[in-house]
Design a protein. Structure first.
Lengths: 238, 238
DNA sequence: CAAACCATAGTTGTATGATAACATGGCAAC
DNA sequence: GTTGCCATGTTATCATACAACTATGGTTTG
């Protein structure tokens, strides 16, 4: 750990450089799991930066699970260090079967999310769902406003689960679904479709309002099956 | 009886709270891609912390790809296209409710995965599940070999769904859950627990073998409820 | 008039010192 | 031997200051 950082290097932030440097020490085995890192002050002087920069780097490594620290003791190398982020190749999603798989995954989560929402929703949640449905009601089927309101409804449902991880993932997927639908652009929906979709949404809202988890689950399942057909995916049993 | 504070119960760092809070604003759509975040000073005053803490939180969000910042301009919410699907912050996972949320997410996925597996499994899938169960049978409860075999069984189940995203996602989440459990400290298990767990697994395998989606779903749900109790989560309705 | 220039304020990046919270070991008192 | 106290070291947080950079508006200049 005798690397001195050059200030002339105007690329990333200093904390990023420090973090990668420590990360490299761990990866190369010069710092083993359980080892105690030098003190923040020591790291600051060896890297030639302020202790503040070192702290930002440590905070980042800690959030990644590479190290853990305790007040009054020090920072230590963690035993397991896997990447805490999951990414999906954006290009691969353009293929039909990949999209179908993602849609399936979304369905599994969203159905359960509806059940949780029925158990945990607040009045504010219900209000958000209602206003989203109202917006959908006044917008023409398939329009941008309609899609936006639709997204808003599903977002309100998953927000009512009080589960931030579900929220994070479902919102990601919803964005992708929306992009894909917009890209397809052939939404020549009939009034029939509009009323059907609205009816499905209303059933979901009713079940969540009543606090009936099973009914909410089933209603969401029906809605997703219908949505899959309307999008062009033929799903027998999602 | 004096009880030492568990790692899970100990309050996380302020920067973690701030980071989660901002993350939530983004997830809930109150901050949209391209939006500029409040200044560090403003965030510091609104959260009631020093600007230093805000900077640590921002450094982490930046490393996760959720925001980007430029000196002299400000910090902005990153575009959805290159944002990660899911980020699991190890530091945040020390909070009990975050762990519960992640466990919930895993449950929602795994239950549905069991149903898909029952419909799509091949003989090779069944063989993989069987050998995993056999390995679990000969290993002592809670040992490394037992944990490995357990993971192998669940991996075989999700592999049988023929959905690569579900596989990728579920394995990712399961590993994070497992890490968190291991980090919280080892719990000693009785032979009673071992036989109970094995029985649950056998029922899952039977249902999948029979091709009964509903039974597989229920068996997996029972297994996860049991696992939640064994881990110490009091979950009545996962 | 338009373009280049400059001045100024606002924002992020970094440095520094100080205080509080916590852990650990030594040492005295009992 | 055990308990309680104190000194020391470390992380966590705060507060302030300065440097680097950007945006913006006004001013000068061609």
């Amino acid at each position: 750990m005798t690397l001195k950082l050059d200030k002339v290097n105007r690329g990333p932030h200093l904390s990023t450089l420090v973090a990668s440097s420590i990360s490299r020490e761990i990866a190369q085995g010069r710092l083993n799991p359980g080892d105690q890192l030098p003190t923040e002050q020591a790291l600051a002087t060896t890297f030639g930066v302020s202790r503040n920069v070192v702290r930002e780097a440590i905070a980042r490594l800690r959030s990644e699970g590479r190290i853990w620290s305790q007040q009054g003791r020090g920072a230590f190398v963690a035993d397991v260090a896997n990447s805490p982020v999951l990414t999906i190749d954006h290009d691969a999603l353009q293929q039909a079967d990949a999209f179908k798989s993602l849609f399936e995954l979304r369905g599994a989560l969203e159905v359960k999310a509806a059940a949780f929402a029925a158990q945990r929703r607040t009045d504010a949640d219900l209000q958000a769902m209602k206003s989203a449905l109202a917006a959908m009601n006044t917008a023409p089927y398939g329009s941008v406003a309609w899609l936006k309101a639709d997204l808003e409804f599903h977002r309100a449902v998953v927000a009512a689960t009080r589960n931030s991880y579900m929220e994070q993932f479902l919102i990601f997927v919803s964005e992708r679904v929306r992009e894909s639908i917009l890209a397809a652009g052939n939404q020549q929906g009939s009034d029939d479709m509009a009323s059907t979709t609205l009816g499905e949404h209303n059933r979901i809202l009713d079940a969540i309002t009543a606090g009936d988890a099973n009914a909410a689950q089933e209603a969401m399942q029906l809605h997703l099956n219908g949505a899959a057909q309307r999008v062009g995916l033929h799903v027998n049993d999602l």
